[in-house]
Design a protein around this ligand. Structure first.
Ligand code: TMP
Length: 239
């Protein structure tokens, strides 16, 4: 039995608990709450936690089958996931295939521009600073990660992009961009956190309809339905 012991962290979308008798593992509970724009905008909708837990489970399992090492151990309930305890590298790892969001805003590139080569960037995970963009040399100088770790994270994130892009293409979804987090566990770097419509941008390949958290960020409506649709695409067998 994996029992929740003590809540030791509450973030914007998840709570973390220690596990009785298993110091190397953690239970992450997915909440229905959402924030955007560094928590200036807040909301909540039904089944968000369940969708993000189920979708992350399916994607972590798929990535593991493709040779990516993740923190995933087991889905315990609709909203609870048993994972390996990580020492999180405080970098948000962002890969983009199409311009959108902060990339479009920062560089004046219209949303929807397809890149011939995916982009790779880090943000420094610090809410008080608003998660600023950071480069490798800054991350090294600040001792957030070693050179080897940065190389490994970049290589792994781009490999994950190839795997996810193909996976979603088969399901009629364009993977626009996504954010990953990595952490250290017993001397190894593992993929952590979640992979969900909170942390990725997904567009329907035919209609280009947004099926992710941008519906909440931009007040487009139909958020709950979009999340449900994404879970369906991920979990239903491909025709
Ligand atoms: P951005 O265009 O706002 O920089 O977002 C890039 C991707 O990262 C997008 O798929 C949403 C995701 N993301 C998070 O998961 N957490 C965050 O705090 C932010 C800002 C973006």
């Amino acid at each position: 039995m994996n029992e929740k012991e003590t809540q030791f962290y509450e973030g914007k979308a998840k709570k973390l608990f220690t596990v009785k008798g298993h110091p190397d593992e953690v239970i992450q509970e997915f909440k229905d709450d959402a924030t955007a724009f560094n928590a200036q905008k807040r909301g909540s909708w039904a089944h968000k936690g369940e969708v993000n837990c189920a979708m992350s489970t399916a994607l972590f399992q798929m990535l593991e089958r493709s040779g990516i090492r993740t923190h995933f151990v087991e889905q315990l309930s609709a909203v609870d996931m048993l994972v390996k305890r990580l020492e999180i590298v405080p970098l948000e790892v962002i890969v983009r295939n199409i311009a959108a969001g902060s990339f479009s805003k920062r560089y004046g590139v219209p949303e929807g521009k397809e890149f011939k080569h995916p982009t790779f960037e880090f943000s420094y995970k610090d809410d008080a600073l608003g998660d600023p963009l950071i480069n490798d040399s800054h991350a090294l100088a600040m001792e957030l990660a070693t050179e080897d770790e940065i190389d490994h994270i970049r290589h792994t994130a781009l490999k994950i992009n190839d795997i996810l892009k193909a996976f979603f293409r088969e399901r009629g979804i364009i993977l626009v961009d996504f954010k990953l987090e990595f952490g250290r566990h017993k001397g190894e770097i593992l993929l952590g956190d979640e992979i969900s419509p909170d942390t990725c941008r997904f567009w329907d390949a035919q209609t280009r309809k947004k099926l992710d958290k941008d519906r909440f960020r931009q007040d487009l409506g139909g958020v709950e339905e979009a999340y449900a649709e994404m879970l369906k695409r991920v979990t239903e067998p491909v025709a």
